[in-house]
Design a protein around this ligand. Structure first.
Ligand code: AKG
Length: 291
């Protein structure tokens, strides 16, 4: 296990992010890679992707179908696709394994390999060093950043989507399953941007209204020059403070950039916002990382 120093923990809280190279082994990454291909092989393509819609009403149904599929994904393994990968009949225009943008949001609970990685001794040790008393895992995602088409992730703060009161209780654990470089879409951060709160929130609207979520506030325009890139090698872990501004670029290279990420909150003296899109369910209450 790679030792984590007190200086590194301080650096995380100072900058809002931290890269820990060699946090997982190459074998761990290969196991995640193999497992995700098994999951892809048995993927059921969601109905709203397959169906041909021609009228405006049907288009609205598609939008609602997409929204429901997303909002109900918190305790399931659901598939989210890149744009333009289906033809009008809902057939794949490209190989299906190259079409997926991400899989979420309960791999940590529903899949044995991703569960093992999430609850690994090194993750637990890191959480203890971060002085998390009652850490809960709220979501997980496998992100593909497909070669050539892997879309950009625009500048954002994770607490926009996963809000707590007070702020400062959310941390992302982002694992490079493959080398992440500037060419294939590594993460970029604005150092120290986590200390100024958030400017935008995504909230659920009342259940019978459409659309089902809306933004309150707006994301600022962040000049490119403020961002620093954070390339990491396969097996590296990036810690992401819930309020740090970060992004990733379109992957225009010929190499994919797979990553597995999960988010943890310190639940002690914390309120999970009831209008977050993601809510614990009877099927999956947010599980503790440790007791
Ligand atoms: C996040 O996990 O908050 C991200 O922004 C990930 C973006 C990416 O993997 O490209």
């Amino acid at each position: 296990m790679v030792p984590i120093t007190e200086e590194q923990i301080c650096k995380f809280y100072e900058d809002g992010f931290l890269a820990l190279e060699g946090f997982f082994s190459s074998e761990d990454c290969d196991a995640m890679h193999t497992q995700i291909h098994k999951i892809l092989a048995s993927m059921n393509v969601p109905a709203h992707c397959r169906t041909e819609f021609s009228t405006q009403e049907e288009e609205q149904l598609r939008a609602q179908g997409n929204a429901d599929y997303f909002l109900n994904s918190g305790d399931k393994i659901h598939f989210f696709f890149e744009k333009g990968v289906f033809d009008e009949k809902g057939n794949f225009c490209i190989p299906r394994e190259n079409s997926v943008n991400k899989i979420g949001h309960a791999l940590h609970a529903k899949d044995p390999i991703f569960k093992q990685i999430t609850y690994s001794p090194q993750v637990q040790e890191l959480a203890r060093k971060l002085r998390l008393v009652r850490p809960l895992i709220v979501q997980s995602m496998y992100i593909f950043k497909q070669p050539g088409i892997g879309g950009e992730v625009t500048p954002h703060q994770d607490a926009t989507f996963l809000h707590t009161e007070p702020l400062g209780r959310l941390i992302g654990f982002w694992i490079a399953v493959e080398d992440a470089t500037e060419e294939n879409g590594c993460l970029w951060f604005i150092p120290h941007s986590h200390i100024r709160g958030i400017t935008r929130r995504m909230v659920r609207t009342s259940t019978d209204s459409s659309p089902s979520t809306q933004f309150i506030g707006s994301e600022q325009n962040y000049p490119d020059a403020q961002f620093v890139s954070l390339p990491v090698k396969k097996g590296g872990l990036v810690l992401i403070h819930g309020e740090v501004v970060h992004k990733s670029e379109l992957n225009s290279s010929g190499k994919s950039r797979h990553a597995y990420s999960f988010h943890i909150i310190e639940s002690q003296d914390t309120r999970w916002s009831p209008d977050n899109w993601l809510q614990p369910t009877p099927e999956l209450p947010f599980p503790p990382l440790y007791m």
